[in-house]
Ligand binder design. Structure first.
Ligand SMILES: Cc1cc2nc3c(=O)[nH]c(=O)nc-3n(C[C@H](O)[C@H](O)[C@H](O)COP(=O)(O)OP(=O)(O)OC[C@H]3O[C@@H](n4cnc5c(N)ncnc54)[C@H](O)[C@@H]3O)c2cc1C
Length: 460
């Protein structure tokens, strides 16, 4: 029987029991309830560590809530979009992970927080035919951690929602993948029409840059699978950035190295170009130009979801992030923490912690320590952001970025193999935090075998 059928037949109480049975925890006495919303780069690491420390010995009940059944590390989404990565193989089931790491998992979408009643509301769950599976429900908490990430910010630009794809979750990455395959098929069948495959990406940050390069790798692989007419000349990728240069948060020499690499691949990089609207023909710029595109991606900024604005009477900023103190507690409630992209956390030297996977990873660690301190009535420590550098993968073609370390002052530019290893190590750190060293080693081995026995690109 499918999991959704179990829910449908028995309702929420069974779902709750299932999660308890799956997690191997039988609750007999009331204990501290720690609820984490969002099982992403930060939330899943936190749930795993708290599960081991508190859940295993039943010192507290840890519940992770996510709107999806499985976890895929978000920085891999552009690879899912182009087919370089099959998330059917790489995604992690929350239920199975919870069962192995002594916490409960609840499938659900947070809609509200009632801080007086110390409870949260999860939306009802319906199936594809709109049949009700699980009614709206509430969960009580003693400590709540908000880790629900961010989404693309279209800044209200006309036509973007209707015509562009955002790369915020696996479903959107699949949509991109399907539309890309359709365009490739159409091109191969009608090449004599002289029309290229026009794809436009708005936003010269890591997502836009990495996706542009991945597209050229996808075409190369397709060509090797027999789509002979499909090659880099058939592809017309335009990367549009409003600022002076792509990768604006990285040092200028890295931006310019990435710019050169992309241009070499065939990407048309347009800087100082403001998109004012999108329609079914393409992107319209402030200068009155039309950038023709059949497939458009918007990756030009982030915000926390709109329903987060002032949620539960908590303080939020203009992009709906929860404002937190350096201890990661929200400014108005010491028992509500926020980590990762949905948190607005001040940096000691001024400014705010950037929305990155390494920030979410570090915050999960500090939040873990601080929750234990709170439970043991010890002083909480401040989170200090450690910038280890930023790396951008230009698919199989190159990797560029900067590394920061204790041995050097400032940043050091890296390229090629060293940069590639450092880039991959960020994901490995996430895997180690979730599975430990031995299982991560085995996963690397399986990944290596898969590279030999499976196609290099997801073709369906
Ligand atoms: C294509 C792409 C490439 C990137 N590349 C890099 C990179 O190279 N390096 C880097 O440092 N960063 C990169 N990032 C940014 C990085 O992915 C994020 O900063 C990081 O994932 C944030 O972690 P998080 O835990 O805050 O949120 P996420 O990892 O986004 O997790 C949020 C979780 O919350 C769940 N959720 C959301 N809303 C709800 C709700 N209402 N109820 C229940 N659950 C909910 C989601 O399903 C998700 O599982 C990239 C992002 C993208 C999109």
């Amino acid at each position: 029987m499918l999991f959704k059928d179990v829910i449908k037949r028995n309702g929420f109480s069974t779902l709750h029991n299932i999660s308890c049975i799956f997690s191997g925890v039988v609750m007999t006495t009331p204990k501290t309830r720690i609820v984490i919303i969002g099982g992403g780069a930060g939330g899943l690491e936190l749930a795993t560590r708290l599960g081991h420390k508190l859940g295993r010995k039943q010192k507290a009940e840890i519940t992770l809530v996510d709107r999806n059944n499985s976890h895929l590390w978000k920085p891999l989404l552009h690879e899912v979009a182009t087919g370089s990565l099959d998330d059917g193989v790489d995604a992690l089931s929350y239920l199975a992970h919870a069962s192995n790491h002594h916490f409960n998992f609840q499938l659900g979408t947070l809609t509200n927080i009632d801080r007086d009643g110390k409870k949260i509301t999860l939306a009802e769950i319906r199936d594809e035919s709109n049949d009700l599976l699980v009614a709206e429900r509430e969960l009580t908490y003693n400590i709540l951690v908000m880790a629900l990430g961010s989404q693309s910010n279209d800044f209200g630009t006309a036509g973007v929602k209707e015509n562009c794809i955002f790369l915020d979750n696996p479903q959107q990455a699949h949509r991109f993948h399907n539309e890309m395959l359709n365009l490739f098929l159409k091109y191969s069948a009608n090449q004599c029409a002289g029309e290229k495959v026009n794809i436009a990406i708005v936003g010269g940050g890591a997502t836009g840059v990495e996706l542009s390069a991945e597209l050229y790798n996808a075409v190369k692989q397709f060509n090797s699978y027999g789509f002979e007419s499909l090659n880099s000349d058939a592809l017309n990728v335009t990367l549009v950035e409003a600022g002076e240069r792509i990768l604006p948060v990285l040092p200028p020499r890295i931006s310019s190295a990435a710019h050169q690499e992309l241009t070499k691949l065939g990407v048309k990089v347009l800087t100082k170009t403001m998109v004012t609207s999108a329609d079914k023909h393409g992107l319209n710029t402030k200068d009155g130009e039309l950038i023709k595109a059949s497939l458009m991606v918007w990756a030009a900024g982030i915000k926390a979801p709109d329903f987060m604005k002032d949620i539960g009477g908590l303080e939020t900023n203009r992009i709906n992030q929860l404002v937190v103190k350096p201890t990661l507690q929200t400014t108005l409630d010491a028992y509500v923490f926020a980590i990762g992209d949905c948190a607005s956390c001040p940096k000691k030297e001024g400014g705010f912690v950037p929305p990155r996977a390494q920030s979410a990873h570090q915050m999960a660690s500090r939040c873990y320590d601080n929750i234990l301190a709170l439970l043991n009535e010890k002083p909480l420590k401040e989170y200090v952001y450690k910038d280890h550098g930023s790396l951008v993968s230009l698919s199989k073609f190159s990797t560029v970025g900067s590394l920061m370390g204790n041995l050097m002052r400032g940043s050091m530019m890296v390229e090629g193999r060293i940069a590639r290893v450092a880039y991959i190590s960020l994901y490995r750190m996430h895997q180690v935090a979730l599975h430990g060293y031995i299982k991560t080693g085995l996963m690397m081995l399986v990944g290596g075998i898969n590279r030999v026995i499976r196609p290099r690109l997801k073709l369906h």
